[in-house]
Design a protein around this ligand. Structure first.
Ligand SMILES: C[S@@+](CC[C@H](N)C(=O)[O-])C[C@H]1O[C@@H](n2cnc3c(N)ncnc32)[C@H](O)[C@@H]1O
Length: 387
């Protein structure tokens, strides 16, 4: 049976934000990350977003399996054999466009007009923001994976934070229950849906399908997301387009390039404002998206890097962006290096208030032990903004 535990922790942030960061700024090293500069397609229309841009993304993380052993090996195997034009035709269903792409030996990375796509031979991570229709692309994508690569869905995680203006979304994205119904129709009720955190405050929705057939498959993946609101306007100023300042200049001067040094970084500055970057560090992805407008400021950080602890990374992310409030979500499978996710967010180290923390163990219907996945969620707010 699933286990749900939640607690409220109120620790006064006496020492303040700056102190917290100073105590954890050890990752400030001098390694220079590589930058990949790509010819970017200019955005043709200057969009305005009345009422504010919807920063919080919808995210799909899908892992595929093949019936055929021996197939899908080699550097551009499996889903990586699908070309950019084919991915764009999939993305058309979600109403977003590829701005640029980069690759290393493990994965392909695409910066999108609304967020990011990462493609591994048997895994796709795609997140889209604004009023995109992410779930509309599932059928086309899974059909393409089947026809082109002989792959079928083994595991699917759909997740998103609560939205600022859900009423402005297009069906099925106005409500989580519509999204769940939509997914259940496609996947014959195979998934389980969860809401982590308080329904009437910041919370995180997730829907999981686990179709693993063999009990010998042990999962070790973990993904870590930080979803930040009410950012320091002085920090956000950097993400408005300025004459003579390139996206890479901003990536370096903001401190983003030092978060995971040694990465290949593909960054993009929107006009008149907004910033996106995709990073690749060996086999891991990381990605940051920034909506800097004061009335709807939002920044997301997302990675699957297999760290044993996210404390230092989280402290450095907070130092770079200075959010007024944020939600952190850690998805960790049985064998993930981060260990018990309950202890992933240490309020002592962060020196600010955790208002809500939910830990949820997910059991599948076939073999509860094998399919157990731990998921840790924390909503954390600074008691006061200390800009
Ligand atoms: C960088 S995109 C990515 C949003 C992301 N999900 C986030 O975390 O905020 C959104 C930002 O770019 C700006 N922007 C400018 N032109 C845009 C366009 N054509 N499409 C999407 N966003 C655009 C928006 O106003 C917003 O500030």
């Amino acid at each position: 049976m699933p286990i749900m535990s939640s607690q409220k922790i109120f620790n006064e942030a006496e020492a303040g934000f700056a102190h917290c960061i100073a105590a954890n700024s050890g990752a400030n090293n001098t390694t220079t990350p590589l930058s990949v500069h790509v010819e970017h397609k200019e955005q043709e229309d200057q969009e305005t977003f009345p009422g504010g841009f919807e920063g919080p993304e919808k995210k799909l993380d899908i892992r595929f399996c093949s019936k055929y052993t021996g197939k899908n090996s080699g550097p551009k195997s499996g889903l990586r054999s699908i070309g950019k034009e084919q991915w764009q035709s999939v993305l058309d269903s979600a109403r977003c466009t590829i701005i640029s792409s980069t690759s290393n030996q493990y994965l392909d990375s695409y910066v999108l007009s609304e967020s990011s796509l990462f493609v591994y031979p048997r895994r796709v991570m795609i997140k889209t923001c604004g009023t995109t229709t992410l779930l509309h692309l599932i059928e086309k994508m899974t059909q393409l994976a089947k026809d082109t690569c002989g792959l079928e869905v083994e595991m699917l995680v759909f997740s998103r934070k609560n939205l600022n203006n859900p009423g402005k979304q297009i069906f099925p994205h106005c409500t989580f229950s519509d999204e769940v119904d939509y997914l259940n129709k496609i996947f014959n009720n195979a998934g389980h849906a969860y809401v982590m955190g308080p329904l009437n405050k910041d919370h995180w929705n997730c829907y999981i399908i686990d179709n693993r057939r063999s009990s010998t498959i042990r999962r070790t993946e973990q993904t870590f997301e930080v979803m930040m609101h009410d950012l320091d306007p002085q920090v956000m100023k950097q993400f408005f387009k300025r004459d003579g300042v390139s996206a890479w200049d901003t990536t370096v001067s903001s401190g983003i390039s030092n978060l995971l040094p040694g990465s290949i970084i593909d960054d993009y500055q929107f006009d008149p404002c907004g910033y996106s970057m995709n990073g690749m560090l060996d086999k891991w992805y990381w990605t940051i998206h920034i909506t800097p407008e004061d009335h709807c400021s939002y920044v997301s950080f997302d990675t699957n890097i297999a760290l044993p602890s996210y404390h230092i990374l989280l402290a450095n992310i907070l130092k770079v962006f200075r959010p007024g409030r944020f939600t952190a979500a850690l998805y960790a499978e049985d064998g993930a290096p981060c260990g018990d996710p309950y202890f992933a967010f240490d309020s002592q180290l962060l020196e600010h208030a955790i208002t809500n923390k939910t830990v949820h163990s997910f059991d599948g219907g076939i073999d509860p032990v094998r399919l157990s996945i731990n998921n840790n969620f924390a909503v954390e707010r600074y008691k006061d903004k200390k800009y």
